[in-house]
Design a protein around this ligand. Sequence first.
Ligand code: TMO
Length: 325
Amino acid sequence: MNISIRKPLTTFIVALSFVLFSGSSLAADSSEPIKIPIKNWSSQIVMAHVIGGMFESMGSNVEYVPVDNQASFEAVRTGDLTLVHEVWQSTMQNAYYSAMEKGGLIDAGTHAAETLEEMGVPNWVIDKGLCPGLPSWEALKDCHENFATPDSGGKGRWLEGPQSWHGDVMPNRIKGLGLDDKWVVKFAGAADALWAELKAAEKEGRGTIIFNWTPNFTDADGFTFIEFPPYYDGCRIADGGDLTSTGCGSPTGWLKKGVNYRFPRSHPRAYTAFTKLSFTTPQIGSMAALVDVEGMTHQDAATKWLADNEDVWKPWTVSILGDTN
Ligand code: TMO
């Protein structure tokens, strides 16, 4: 009799404590690695390690996964990646929103930095008068000789980034503006080739037009983006535009983050910190500068950045539930 009364009571207590225990364990992060993408420009790679270091300081495991930029959004959707931390509006919004519409990628907030990805010139090109009338694009009608290179067939050369970044946006733009008899687009093999070109052109005193972006380390050096006809949704050929509209420039835009839909549940603390995380233009520029100006490795740059900026990122990791992992 005694036993038959006690048994249900014991069962009840065990069940109750299980509910309480699992209630609190839900708030602890899984030990499964958080999979962070590594792409092919400096701020992205340094920021990957900055974010990974922040997660590690919270007790999480991380894994770095080299990925193709345009394929990375689908990889977040399917869970092969946990997150993306630099979604540039001008060149990535289509892939980002299409992964969101298919289901599986969710928005995780926007950085403070505004972005621009555009063709431009180092300020000394303007100071030397190599293309009078810049930054207006119309100036390009009369100065292409000063931007010819051995591989450009007598035309002025635009040095684009790797073709995997934006496809045919720039070749189409030159056609759309009616500049294709005077200018030609060449694609750099890697971002480093853009910075090597800036140095070489300055040394040789010749004009140079490269693809560049902000935030970047060049923000501090003096770089001027060319002003093209205004961007509007659908002006580019890839977005339904035609030759009369595809001369449009790049939009000033946002820099977003995104995560796989399971991340808030598997790693609630890391997810919360990641949604709070927001970098400014000078912060992102300094991540790139540690590599492209100071010559550090991406990992060392991230370690230094984390050590120098604890006041920036530590507050994002503090739990409002009052305890730490
Ligand atoms: C994606 N990027 C910032 C290199 O233009």
